[in-house]
Design a protein around this ligand. Sequence first.
Ligand SMILES: C[S@@+](CC[C@H](N)C(=O)[O-])C[C@H]1O[C@@H](n2cnc3c(N)ncnc32)[C@H](O)[C@@H]1O
Length: 263
Amino acid sequence: MLGGRRDTKCAHPGWDTGLMETDSRRARIREVRSRLATDGPAWTRDQDRDFETVTLPERDCDLLRDLIIAEGAETVVEVGLAYGSSALAIGETLVTVDAPHPRHLVIDPFQQPAFHNVGWDLLRSAGLDTIATLIPQPSSIALAQFATEGIVADAAFVDGSHRYHEVFVDLYFLRTIVRPGGLIVLDDDWTPSVRTAARYYEHHLGWTVLPGAFASGTHWNLARDPTAQAVPRCRALRLPDQPFEPPFEAFDPFWTEAHRPDP
Ligand SMILES: C[S@@+](CC[C@H](N)C(=O)[O-])C[C@H]1O[C@@H](n2cnc3c(N)ncnc32)[C@H](O)[C@@H]1O
């Protein structure tokens, strides 16, 4: 599936036209992505190096794109839009996969008030507003609503609030929204809050790491401690094919896992 499209598309008489259309849409997205990575956004918050600090670096975006393309994803949930680098990469994924009903659900309550819609405007300039929807609510509310509506996603990218309890709740709901065997990618796995939330799901609920998925991406020292181990900033996790609920007696104090080196 990597870089390709579904067989149904190839069998269609208008295949050549469809192929050209997909290629030109992808070229437009790549142009916006490349300009953003080189020149930065048209506007940033008044904080030193805010874009560089906040946005997902280009090579991690490329790894994220390729990983989700390999899933053949049709519906992707994203938490945290900000400057839109990861959202553009996910948009490129969906255009590349070219499934019948691509859907990119992007959650961010602060896109307008804190980011002046700069990420959303970039998605629009890349022509991705046709498949993307911005939900301007906290993820804890939006994801609960998705679960209520029975939305099923193939993959999710989580880069919203980095508070432990908010990441934990994001993953709690994504566990029911992302299909069994689907993919969840987390940014900032070097932060103790994100890392500890993720480790609960790995330790207790059978989520498995895709080893090496972000090995060639950017790395950070754990908790920004220069003496600590450097780890990939993103972590890709696969949900089990058969979801299960462990008995509460099986709870293990997982926080002891939090700072252990990766296997
Ligand atoms: C690190 S930035 C995301 C960067 C983005 N992935 C990029 O490549 O530019 C975190 C984003 O999460 C958003 N955010 C903060 N709290 C949130 C919440 N409770 N729900 C959803 N998004 C939230 C912020 O507004 C911000 O845009």
